[in-house]
Design a protein around this ligand. Structure first.
Ligand code: HEM
Length: 576
């Protein structure tokens, strides 16, 4: 394939003008922004660039190029945009037409022959990763040297190229060119390598389609993934659809097409057609390097050992520059569709990843459920043990207190209060000192104490009481007394009978008036060894204050002291 400059009024093409090195650069079909910039600069009406469209280096400013360190090879910068055009001139006969393309075919033949002469070992031409290819003129010896240096990669590149060539020949088979089928493998390899040794996507017999980045289609298509296979079929559909649109008038043998498709699978990132890959295997942004043509290798003198393929190349040139697609369509179909499919791939993978996470979580949940089940069983066993212990306790109670259960009412409802004690009902309940009680007496240091009071009834015409004092700091028990409060029926006369831990037993009597009970000692007895001084008189007053609190004030007279207040305390009710 001979490379021609696509710019209007520019007749530069590969091999033309040996004295000056002109490089050719592909249109950045993958980079839609830059492509638009290029197209604006080129200003060609009703023309769409293909992967076989080039601009020569003369349309770029000097600063559009950089030099490769190792061999000073001139490379077009990835951001370069052409700016030098002579648009006012009219395009001459050497413009962009079929005639020129036919010349291109001849030039292509020449190129093939030249590279074939290089021993069929022309390796990948060390193209840069620049998005625009670089078709730079180079001396033959240098090319050979480079091919030799590239050693191991050469056979592989040649093998790949041979595969591509075979695909191309399949297409060309319809032209009935029997010679084409006689092209030797080494020739075909050399040819394909020379056409574009910097393909980003090549076929590998072992691994199928392999991208130069090292990612193969298999990387995107996990085995056994139905979704990915489906997406893969979308790829095929996308490319075959593009192929159909770009080559609507060229009939293809089904067998050829099938073979080609199998040999050259479309890739996600590629914008080229499967058929185009079969022809050149060159992405739009790859770089090409050619040597200026010697007279004997000029395009006008096709070599005898390489069969030209006019039919296929005619198809190629006819459809490469005369595509009916608009730029938008190119961008949409080339970038949009593949991006969509790539996003489907991503979705597919993320979905599979999520699935595996869900599986992992499900396993954890199942494990936790198992643990929960075990815990529930243990709790159930504990409940059962508690029930058994409760039953045992009940049995022991029955054994220890044989009459208790019969004495207690089955419903365990509180006994009905005897109406006789009704006037004292305001005293019923459990009371706690609030605040602590205050103790005084002329012979004593003032002191504080806590006290708990229980005043209850069991349905009898009397109240039961107990007063239990505690030290406010140590909570040690101090004074304690218990007894009964009786009311003389149909009167407000009250008898208070008490036994105290100090060895005193006493009876106090008095009256209840409303919510106040005032009583005074009627008789006091004590143990023989009671501590002195002995108490001789005691008075008490109970009342329910406006705050609902129970108050008690105790005064006493001893053998040494007249009647003096000994205690004052306020209780807060804590239970009925
Ligand atoms: C009606 C019931 C009570 C009577 C008749 C009574 C009688 C006495 C008497 C006669 C004394 C000796 C006084 C002295 O040495 O001059 C005494 C002392 C004392 N009483 Fe009471 N008392 C009663 C309730 C309480 C209560 C509820 C407390 C509370 C903790 C208490 C705490 C004390 C203390 C700390 C002393 C001084 C130390 C002692 O002698 O043990 N008393 N009481």
């Amino acid at each position: 394939m001979v490379i021609c400059c696509a710019a209007a009024n520019c007749s530069n093409r590969q091999g033309k003008g040996e004295k000056r090195a002109v490089s050719f650069h592909r249109f950045p079909l993958k980079d839609s922004k830059r492509l638009i910039q290029w197209l604006k600069a080129v200003q060609r009406d009703n023309w769409t660039p293909t992967k076989y469209s080039f601009l020569c280096s003369e349309h770029f400013t000097k600063d559009s190029f950089s030099k490769r360190l190792e061999d000073q090879h001139r490379l077009l910068k990835p951001t370069a945009v052409p700016s030098i055009f002579h648009l006012t001139e009219k395009r001459g006969a050497g413009g962009h037409g079929r005639t020129r393309r036919r010349d291109t075919r001849k030039a292509s033949g020449g190129l093939r022959r030249r590279t074939g002469e290089a021993g069929g070992k022309v390796a990948a031409a060390g193209s840069s990763s620049s998005s625009s290819g670089n078709l730079m003129a180079k001396p033959e010896s240098r090319k050979l040297k480079r091919a030799a240096l590239q050693g191991e990669s050469a056979p592989r590149a040649a093998q790949e190229a041979a595969s591509q060539e075979r695909a191309q020949q399949s297409l060309e088979g319809t032209a009935g060119d029997g010679v084409a089928s006689t092209v030797t493998g080494s020739q075909a390899e050399a040819n394909a390598s020379a056409v574009d040794a910097s393909d980003k996507t090549t076929t590998s017999p072992a691994a199928g389609l392999v991208d130069k980045s090292g990612i193969s289609v298999d990387d995107f298509t996990p085995p056994g993934s139905g979704a990915c296979k489906f997406i893969g079929s979308l790829h095929s559909y996308s490319f075959s659809s593009k192929h159909t649109r770009e080559r609507p008038s060229v009939p293809r043998e089904p067998v050829d097409r099938k073979r080609l498709k199998r040999d050259v699978e479309p890739s996600c990132s590629g914008t080229s057609l499967g058929l185009d890959k079969g022809l050149a295997q060159s992405p739009p942004s790859s770089s090409l390097t050619v040597t200026p043509q010697k007279p004997s290798q000029s395009p006008s003198a096709p070599p005898t050992d390489v069969t030209p393929k006019p039919a296929a190349e005619a198809v190629q040139s006819e459809h490469s520059d005369a595509s009916p697609m608009s730029i938008n369509e190119v961008i949409l179909s080339a970038s949009g569709a593949c991006k969509l499919i790539d996003s489907l791939h991503s979705y597919c993978f993320s979905s599979r990843q999520n699935k595996s996470q869900v599986c992992c979580l499900r396993e954890q949940v199942e494990k936790k459920n198992g643990e929960l089940k075990t815990l529930r069983q243990r709790v159930s066993r504990s409940d059962s043990q508690v029930r058994k212990l409760q039953e045992k306790l009940d049995e022991l109670r029955r054994v220890s207190f044989p009459y208790l259960s019969s004495l207690l009412p089955p419903s365990r409802e509180p006994p009905k209060m005897n109406p006789v004690v009704e006037p004292l009902s305001w005293m019923l309940g459990t009371w706690l000192s609030d605040p602590p009680g205050a103790g005084t007496f002329p012979t004593l240091q003032p002191f504080q104490y806590l006290e708990e009071v229980h005043i209850s009834h069991v349905g009898q015409p009397m109240l039961n009481f107990s007063f239990n004092a505690f030290h406010p700091d140590t909570r040690k028990p101090m004074h304690r007394e218990c007894g009964f409060i009786r009311l003389q029926p149909d009167t407000n006369k009250v008898a208070f009978v008490s036994a105290q831990n100090t060895g005193i037993v006493e009876v106090e009597e008095g009256e209840v008036n409303g919510q106040e009970l005032c009583i005074a000692s009627h008789s006091i007895a004590r143990i023989s060894f009671a501590k002195e001084p002995h108490v001789e008189q005691i008075t008490r007053k109970f009342r329910l204050n406006s705050e609902g609190k129970l108050e008690q004030t105790v005064s006493m007279a001893t053998t040494t002291q007249p009647m003096t207040q000994h205690l004052h305390i306020t209780y807060k009710k804590v239970t009925p």
